[in-house]
Design a protein around this ligand. Sequence first.
Ligand SMILES: C=C(O[C@H]1C=CC=C(C(=O)O)[C@@H]1O)C(=O)O
Length: 351
Amino acid sequence: MTDLFIKVRTHQEQNLPFVIFSKPDSSKTVGLFQKNDHLYFLEKFDKKGFVFAPFDSEIIPFLPLQFCDVYVEKNNFSTYFFEDNNSFNLGNDHFEETVVKAVDSIKNKKFEKVVISRRELFELKNFDIELFFKKSLQNYPSAFNYCFYHPKVGLWLGATPEQLLKTKESNFETVALAGTQKVDSIEKVVWTEKEINEQQLVTDFIVESIKDFTKELNVSNPKTVKAGSIFHIKTKISGKLKSKKAVEKVIKSLHPTSAVCGMPRESAKEFIIQNEGYNREYYSGFLGELNIDFTSFRTQHSDLYVNLRCLKIVENTAQIFVGCGITAESNPKDEYLETVNKAMTMKKIIA
Ligand SMILES: C=C(O[C@H]1C=CC=C(C(=O)O)[C@@H]1O)C(=O)O
């Protein structure tokens, strides 16, 4: 076991907060180990540390740099195998009914798009953070892989493909991600009009939300990208912010993005809260480095991700969170299958 994972084990034994993470395509894992068990909240966006924000609250847990030890370690890519186990609880529950209701609301012009999610429970046999994290890195090297623990928040893990915001001084970058297809033997992915329109809605939403805070804004052509065993359509949106203070405004206007909430945001959010039937907590919130890059120790760098393809561990059960974008053309069975495929990405690493 390496120093980083020895530190993880000691922190777990002492019930102290920590986060370990590896950024997309990085060869390093960073560990932040808080020296006390206090739950700090982010009050001002000029602080340096690691944020872990929920879907629906402005109260944002934060690991401040000043109270943490930082470890950076090279990733060790030994090969981890996993078994394909079929005894999963597929947990269809009332998901399809909610999708039907969402499609009706869209047809009745309550909103254009809403993201409906569900939680699937998975019983863990032996769970070990080091093993999970290394399997996750091996399977999803181009994701933001993390494991976050706070005694007052819980144990969360994930491998998210969605960047919320990356800034280097006044330069910024974000993405519009939508559309989902399973990677089978397909060589060339063909997107339907529904998927192309859905992704365009996400791009338009982002451009509209941030344009007042930017002095330069570039939108790339949409591209097909792979996130584990799933393809998505992605557009890169980049440029320059008007001022340093704009970081907070941009975060607040992006979150929750229409890739996890919907459009218009407020009515979609209200529908989610009233109809999903469970509390998303930190799923579809955001997380990452604020005002510091922990590998280079450069300040004025932030690197934040949307908390997707994630799970929460409670005793010996993993709660896997999965959702998909619903538009007027959505078919409840297909959408359910899409969540099954997304859940599979997480099951692969905990099975
Ligand atoms: C809400 C999720 O995915 C979003 C991101 C990419 C594609 C999506 C989609 O095709 O619906 C979702 O908007 C999730 O994985 O839980």
